[in-house]
Ligand binder design. Structure first.
Ligand SMILES: NC(=O)c1ccc[n+]([C@@H]2O[C@H](COP(=O)([O-])OP(=O)(O)OC[C@H]3O[C@@H](n4cnc5c(N)ncnc54)[C@H](O)[C@@H]3O)[C@@H](O)[C@H]2O)c1
Length: 253
């Protein structure tokens, strides 16, 4: 489905980002994996195949984005798919969230996505084929939770930003679609960090599973499949959409 495409996936050293890089490569795309964690990134890139490129990236820094996009264009010749997947999540409600945690959530989950779309836009416009951006939001941006104040706010902001960008690129004839995916609790290192906070890991996983009407946590490959659909020609008339991948969690009473 993606022969001739070149994709840049952020937060690709593990979890949903790595599963996405593998899925895109499996459909014929050339893939650049980007992450802050360079040691894990190199290892992850090897699992995608010899043609994959590892790109060090701190999504919160414009110069880092400029270097990353230039590296991808230099190596593969163009860039046609951007998946803004890098994100952080730490628990804290509105009364306890620290200034530092608030600022970090906004920097990575919101500003990072803004910088990514802005810096990559000229390259995506230059791409030799229809381009697509998918931004990884959360079920919690559709259905907020009290213990995740900064996370919910950053991800909800990212959805509005994505829809604004979708309109802009459509109205300017840029040939760039922008959509968001909204995972529920997905088995990744991020979820593992939450499970590790509870001495009874099995009970903690059961609580996360119960949030989804389908009665289990999701797998990274299930989110990757939704991202693959949204960047593929099968979604050629879809932009500004918010696709939940949460076992029905967003409609739970
Ligand atoms: N796992 C879940 O249950 C879940 C649920 C909803 C949404 N999400 C979202 O999915 C995305 C991927 O999450 P995951 O579960 O795979 O998490 P993860 O922690 O396993 O992976 C996130 C990756 O982002 C990288 N990263 C963090 N800050 C960065 C920065 N400044 N620059 C570049 N890379 C940076 C990390 O090094 C890490 O490799 C995140 O945006 C997350 O908010 C996850």
């Amino acid at each position: 489905m993606l022969d001739g495409h070149v994709a840049l996936v952020t937060g690709a050293a593990g979890g949903i980002g790595l599963a996405t890089a593998q899925a895109l490569a499996g459909e014929g795309a050339e893939v650049a994996l980007a992450d802050l964690d360079e040691a894990r990134l190199d290892e992850a890139t090897r699992t995608v195949g010899p043609g994959a490129l590892a790109v060090p990236l701190d999504v919160t820094r414009r110069e880092s984005w400029e270097r990353a996009v230039a590296a991808v264009e230099g190596h593969f010749g163009h860039l046609s798919i951007l998946v803004n997947n890098a994100g952080i999540s730490e628990p804290a409600d509105i009364e306890t969230v620290s200034d530092d945690a608030w600022n970090r959530h906004l920097a990575v989950n919101l500003t990072g996505v803004c910088l990514g779309m802005q810096v990559a836009a000229p390259a995506l416009r230059r791409a030799r084929r229809p381009a697509a951006i998918v931004n990884v939001a959360s079920m919690l941006s559709l259905r907020p939770g009290a213990p995740f104040a900064a996370y919910c706010a950053s991800k909800a902001g990212m959805v509005a930003l994505s829809q604004s960008a979708a309109l802009h690129f459509a109205e300017t004839g840029a040939g760039i679609r922008v959509n968001t995916v909204h995972p529920g609790a997905i088995r990744t290192p991020m979820l593992e960090r939450y499970l590790a906070l509870d001495p009874d890991r099995a009970a903690a996983e059961a609580r996360f599973a119960a949030v989804h009407p389908l009665g289990r946590v999701g797998e990274a490959q299930e989110v990757a499949a939704a991202i693959l659909f949204l960047v593929s020609p099968a979604a050629s008339f879809i932009t500004g959409a918010a696709l939940p991948v949460d076992g029905g969690g967003h409609i739970r009473a």
